[in-house]
Design a protein around this ligand. Structure first.
Ligand SMILES: [Zn+2]
Length: 303
């Protein structure tokens, strides 16, 4: 029996949001609070209050899905890899289940993004969805037939920490990544990577946003930087297509707003995809910043 109300909670570094969805995806309620700064117990209090207040307001209870940065270790049940470091090493799932008196489902924000787009977004008609977030970092999630692919290590989709494929001589070893390795896809394809690459090529230190807007106005050096970015993104996605062959790849994050990516990348990726033609669809997200909460709510399935 599926719940009538699905609550999705997106725990972010600065704000925490809750949404209540009806089975058809209609939003019944949405609230946002400031995330307590580096205080685990206060964070648990805030999450609990968001759910209980929403239930009181709607006059009914429901299932709860939580999207967090980082992932729950299958071996220990503890959260790890979160940039809100007070959460790392904490049994957040178990603690929240005890407080709310029910099982909750939890996954990382990239998986929530992919699930939201797979259920009723850009990939609603696709069997296999690869959702990639291109922002201050690079994350991704994989959804197969409406379910998040998780894996025994709970890292399916952690494509941002694979190396940039088919590297050129001047792309090796690449910049140091926070994960301890060099030349990760994230170091090339996140916003700071564009800025670094542009500075390296031109000596000019400007933000990714400025590079993109100047490229669109016809600035030759910014356009060259954006072309290098598109070529690297095409290579990185060709790797994904060769391995997973998703029906659709959906972009989220700030860089997903660059309209020309959706024409230029499919023109380039065929050079590396191991096929005589590439029918993979590349799409912009439908739900934008709402993907985190909506995907968390859909962790309990649609029907
Ligand atoms: Zn890395």
């Amino acid at each position: 029996m599926q719940p009538a109300i699905r609550f999705g909670v997106d725990l972010g570094g600065t704000k925490t949001e809750i949404v209540a969805l009806a089975p058809d995806g209609r939003e019944l309620l949405r609230r946002r609070v400031v995330t307590p700064r580096e205080d685990y117990r206060a964070t648990l209090d805030a999450l609990t209050r968001l759910v209980t207040d929403a239930e009181r307001e709607l006059g009914g209870s429901g299932s709860v899905g939580l999207g967090t940065p980082g992932s729950i270790s299958r071996a220990t049940g503890l959260l790890r890899g979160s940039n809100s470091v007070c959460l790392n090493g904490q049994p957040i799932k178990r603690d929240l289940e005890r407080r709310l008196g029910r099982e909750i489902r939890i996954t990382n924000d990239a998986n929530c993004f992919a699930l939201s787009e797979a259920i009723d977004g850009a990939g609603h008609d696709a069997a296999v969805v690869f959702g990639a977030i291109l922002g201050t970092g690079v994350g991704a999630g994989i959804v197969v037939e409406g379910r998040v692919l998780d894996g025994p290590n709970a890292i399916a989709g952690e494509w941002g920490h694979n190396p940039l494929p088919w590297p050129k001589d001047d792309e090796r070893p690449g910049a140091a990544c926070f994960c301890g390795r060099d030349g990760c896809i994230e170091t090339w394809l996140a916003g700071p990577g564009i800025a670094r690459d542009h500075a390296h090529a031109t000596g000019e230190s400007i933000s990714a946003e400025e590079i993109v807007s100047r490229a669109l106005l016809g600035d030759p050096s910014c356009n060259a930087t954006l072309e290098r970015y598109e070529e690297r993104l095409a290579r990185a996605l060709a790797h994904v297509i060769n391995l997973l062959d998703p029906d659709v790849i959906v972009f989220g994050g700030g860089l997903s707003n660059i309209e020309r990516l959706y024409t230029n990348i499919p023109q380039k990726w065929g050079a590396w995809v191991f096929s005589d033609r590439v029918d993979t669809r590349l799409a912009r997200n439908v739900h934008g910043d709402s993907s985190g909460v909506r995907g968390a709510a859909w962790l309990w399935g649609r029907t």
